[in-house]
Design a binder for this molecule. Sequence first.
Ligand code: ASP
Ligand code: MG
Length: 402
Amino acid sequence: MLIVKKFGGSSVANKERIFNVARRCIEEYKNGSDVVVVLSAMGDTTDQLIAMAEDINPKAKKREMDMLLTTGEQVSAALMAMAMQALDVPAVSLNAFQVMMHSTSRYGNARFKRVETERILHELDSRKIVIVTGFQGVNKYDDITTLGRGGSDTTAVALAAALHADRCEIYTDVDGVFTADPRVVKNARKLDEVTYDEMLELASLGAKVLHNRSVEMAKKYNVELVVRSSLNDTEGTVVREGADMEKLLVTGVAADKNTARISVIGVLDKPGIAFNIFDTLAKNNINVDIILQSVGREGTKDISFTVAGDDMEHAIEILEKNKKRLTIKEVSCNPNVAKLSVVGAGMMSNPGVAAKMFEALYNSRVNINMISTSEIRITVLVDEKDIDKAMNAVHDGFAMGE
Ligand code: ASP
Ligand code: MG
């Protein structure tokens, strides 16, 4: 049996926790399994490294940022190997270079291309626990890259896929995936199972338990994931394909406060205008989410859409700069909005989910600004001040806590 176990930064934040993780891995090893451990940097090391870089040079090159940030994972991997060795268990730490985890060349947001397994298999053969740095890749220039924040999950899945692991366990500081954020919704319930697609919708909507790309990769290579706590023995949540799952109508509700609404007012009501507006935004790397267009009047119309809160100022700047060409009379915005979504694979075959969601919102007098849907998701835009109330109302409305 080959098991990949990934531990997040809070699970290795100090000496006591490092030994706690070491013991958990050793237990598995002593039961006869081959164990590969993927680690994040200790605690908030990565944030601290970013702050140090900003202090020295706010415009630091991404290549150097990656050189800096990857040190965090190297520290935790080396210390973990030392902890295991202190407990008389043979262990070896390896970074992305030593494993040869080939990635694209894009610093700060690289993707894996191919992962070599020879070195790891060799170390496992000699009965060592293998500890691999998360978050890192190596590009074609033999430079070290990073996979983007939270990328260690993706390292774990990539290794599980390449090694044909029997299990891939992602250990974190929560007990699993919940029906809603337990800090906001008191009776949120831990889910036993979710599908890859549900997890993807939940993750991109702010329930950031797993790195999105790790779920995409797990789906592609059919790697079953278990998300569970490193601090207790609770079972956790299994993420896998949902063919034989009891299809819940809705699985969870998620909120995303990092959202802003932008409206362009009085644009010409003729073909090509929407294309030009959204093409201009896309060329400037601005992702647009929910889009709403008003009915035309006197040859003009208004278009409203949402962007990530961090992108709002940049988007407005671009629209103002191109105002004339895009035939915009006026640009307005509202940063104080939030997205609320219900997600569930069972939605596909059940009408009435939207109506039920809107009823729950009406009952607690929450106004809906915009609506968008996918096969397994319904999203509404509400005022940010209403978001916690809205989340509770919808969670209760679907009796997700029971
Ligand atoms: N240490 C990196 C981060 O904080 C990667 C990870 O934790 O997954 O983003
Ligand atoms: Mg994480």
